[in-house]
Every structure is written in structure tokens, then in C-alpha cells.
Design a protein. Structure first.
Length: 395
């Protein structure tokens, strides 16, 4: 007997589980059967390798509002969703040289207009606002006190469990191979174990969404790219509240700093990577050259990290869109096919709002106010989202 569902979600990362939770909760009265299909295990893909930084620092007012709404969920996650997402408020420092000063100042003004707590700093004030950071050569900086970090695995597991509590089914170890469609309507998916029929299918599988869309003749404009993350153990004399320091975005050096418990700092690159990677066959470790490159830049931003011990690192896969912003939409020409893709390395922090928006759109047919900015056809219409910074992943 062929299995059926009302809504199928492909991908068991933070986006897929957030969408499942919001669909199951909002659609409970209608009795919709929501099923998540994950080819391996929950949070085993891109989400599990995320830095999970939660910030509101963006270049566009609608993305700022989206991040602000999501931050409010992380801050009250147990009350609003249920469970511990591991969110810790650390604050965040953003630093730039003269070249990026005008963009930073304009972004901070826009963020303040949207109600974000953030303020400008001189380079000489950086170290006092964010312990350990180097203000030398910094023309302008800003500090966002409410920013922080979360646990990507805990967040995803909470969304998954709450989705189950509302009746959703999460099936792990199920590989989807094709999108099924007939006469312009999506009819379900084909898996290695057989077909599952459903009138609604949502692609939320990061870079793996692209080849799945191709089985329905759709060319999603996303490119899988590899991004390295270095793990350093800070010197013992490096203090900090709760053993942590502020999140850092160093626009000039094109790196970011993510504090972790146990005296660890994660260092990632914000350089836009143009070369595509195969998400199923790429180097998940770091080369000696990558380690040396990230260590050198890290010591420029936080000098104490020159004495840090390298703990290793890893590389994850981003699903870059042409303008480094997500695509949240129905996929024409089909009825019932949707996507939440193209997050380009800065999607984790937006996941609560993404889930809420996608659920509202699917259940009502109406997009929430700011969702239209992330339409799939914006690229064909010349309406790409324009960040002020040279690095697209900063938004």
C-alpha cells in the first residue's frame, strides 16, 4: 500500500524542522499530516556544522526585522517553542577599516530605526566594549549587546520534538530521489524505499535541494560551496563572562569569531567562495594552508589567539543564492511545490521566522508582509537583494 501525507518536508535540519513545527502547530485544527523526510539523521547535515550565531546586523530593513523577530524567539525559546536551544547572550562587535566605514554607519542607523539595540564605536573603544578584540586599524565599529550564540543541534532537536508533539512524523534514513508530478501538480516523492504521495512538497534540504528540483525540471539558482571553520582553544589567561567573549565580525579581515564553552573560539571565513563543491564529495577537514590562513587572520582580530592551541576544524556546505539571501517561495509552474533554500551561510538565526512564514504561506496562500522580498523570480526580474558589504554572507 502506498504511503500518503498531506505535506512532505525534505530535509531534517533547522529549517525543515522549524517549518514542520510551525505547520503542525498552526495546522493542528485542520488535521494535516506533516511528514519530514531526512536521508540520514536529524541535524546531521549543514545545520550540525553551523556557527549558530544569532545577530540582527544586516543591510536591509526587512532582513533586520526578520532577524529581530527570530532573536525574540531564541531569547524565550522554552516559553515560545519548548526546550533548551542553548542560546547565550554574548554581545557582538563588528569592525571595519575606512573602506567599509560608510556602509557600517548606514547599517547601524537602519538597525536603530528598526528598534535594534546597537551603537557605533571608535577603534580605540573596541577593546573596552568587547574584551580581547583589537581596535588597531579599525576606523569604525559597532556593538550589538543582545546578539549571541545558540546550540544548532539542540535547537533542531527541539523543533523536531515539538513538531512530533503536534502530530508531525519525522522519518530518518529515508533518501528522496525524485519529485513526482502530474499535469502541473506535485503528487509526492519517490524514495529508495518507494513512493510517498502528497499534494504539497517542501524542499528544505540545503544544497541537496538543487538536484531534487532538477528531477522536476526546475533549475534552482543555488550553488553548493565549501566553507572552513577552525577551532581554537584560547589561552588560559583569556577571561570573559562565562568563559566566553563577544561574537565578532571582522569585515576587513573577512572572518568571524564564535565563542564556545570550554575556552574554545571558532573562527570562520566570510569570503565569498565562487567555486562550486559537490555536497556529497568534498573535503570535510581543513588543510594546513587553511589552518595557517585562519590562524593568522584570527590573531589580527583577537591578538591572544596567536597563543591559542589548534583543536582542529571542519568544513561545511553553504547553499549560496546569487544574492546570498534565501529563497522562500512556491516553485512555478507546479502547484504544491515550495522551497526554503539559498540561505548562504547565514540562515540559522532566521530559522524561527522562516518556519512561521512558510507555514502561514502554505496554509493560507498568503505571504507574510516581508516574505515577498525572498521570491524565486526576483533574479529574473532584476530585484536581487543588495547588501552594503562586499561579503555577501554578511547580508
Amino acid at each position: 500500500m502506498t504511503e500518503t501525507a498531506d505535506i512532505l518536508i525534505i530535509g531534517g535540519g533547522v529549517m525543515g524542522t522549524s517549518i514542520a513545527y510551525h505547520l503542525a502547530r498552526q495546522g493542528k485544527q485542520g488535521g494535516e499530516r506533516v511528514v519530514v523526510l531526512e536521508r540520514q539523521a536529524i541535524c546531521c547535515g549543514t545545520t550540525g556544522r553551523s556557527g549558530a550565531i544569532v545577530r540582527q546586523h544586516y543591510s536591509n530593513d526587512f532582513t533586520i526585522r526578520m532577524a529581530k523577530e527570530s532573536l525574540s524567539v531564541f531569547q524565550r525559546f522554552d516559553d515560545l517553542v519548548g526546550g533548551d536551544c542553548g542560546f547565550i547572550t554574548t554581545g557582538m562587535i563588528v569592525m571595519t577599516n575606512e573602506q567599509g566605514a560608510a556602509a557600517l554607519q548606514a547599517n547601524v542607523q537602519m538597525q536603530q530605526e528598526q528598534g535594534v539595540k546597537t551603537y557605533l564605536l571608535k577603534g580605540s573603544e573596541v577593546g573596552r566594549a568587547a574584551q580581547g578584540y583589537n581596535g588597531e586599524g579599525v576606523a569604525l565599529a559597532c556593538y550589538e549587546p543582545d546578539a549571541g550564540v545558540a546550540d544548532p543541534m539542540a535547537t533542531t532537536y527541539c523543533f523536531a520534538q515539538r513538531a512530533r508533539d503536534y502530530g508531525a512524523v519525522i522519518r530518518e534514513g529515508v533518501t528522496v530521489t525524485h519529485i513526482l508530478q502530474q499535469h502541473g501538480n506535485v503528487t509526492g516523492v519517490r524514495t529508495v524505499n518507494g513512493d510517498i504521495l502528497a499534494p504539497i512538497v517542501i524542499l528544505a534540504a540545503n544544497a541537496w535541494s538543487r538536484p531534487l528540483a532538477q528531477t522536476a525540471g526546475i533549475a534552482l539558482p543555488i550553488t553548493p560551496t565549501r566553507h572552513p571553520m577552525l577551532s581554537l582553544r584560547r589561552p588560559q589567561d583569556f577571561g570573559g563572562r562565562q568563559g566566553l567573549h563577544a561574537v565578532g565580525l571582522d569585515i576587513t579581515r573577512q572572518i568571524y569569531f564564535r565563542p564556545d564553552l570550554g575556552g574554545v573560539t571558532l573562527v570562520g571565513s566570510t569570503e565569498d567562495v565562487l567555486a562550486a563543491s559537490d555536497p556529497d564529495h568534498y573535503s570535510q577537514g581543513l588543510s594546513e594552508e587553511e589552518i595557517a590562513h585562519l590562524r593568522s587572520r584570527a590573531a589580527g582580530g583577537i591578538p591572544a589567539l596567536a597563543r591559542a592551541v589548534t583543536r582542529g576544524g571542519w568544513a561545511g556546505i553553504y547553499d549560496d543564492s546569487p544574492d546570498y539571501h534565501p529563497i522562500l517561495d512556491r516553485i512555478e509552474p507546479y502547484t504544491g511545490l515550495y522551497c526554503a533554500v539559498g540561505f548562504s551561510g547565514h540562515g540559522f538565526k532566521l530559522s524561527p521566522t522562516v518556519g512561521q512564514w512558510m507555514a502561514a504561506f502554505i496554509l493560507t496562500g498568503q505571504k507574510p508582509a516581508d516574505m515577498h522580498h525572498f521570491a524565486l523570480d526576483r533574479f529574473a526580474q532584476g530585484k536581487e537583494i543588495r547588501p552594503r558589504y562586499p561579503s555577501g554572507v554578511l547580508g
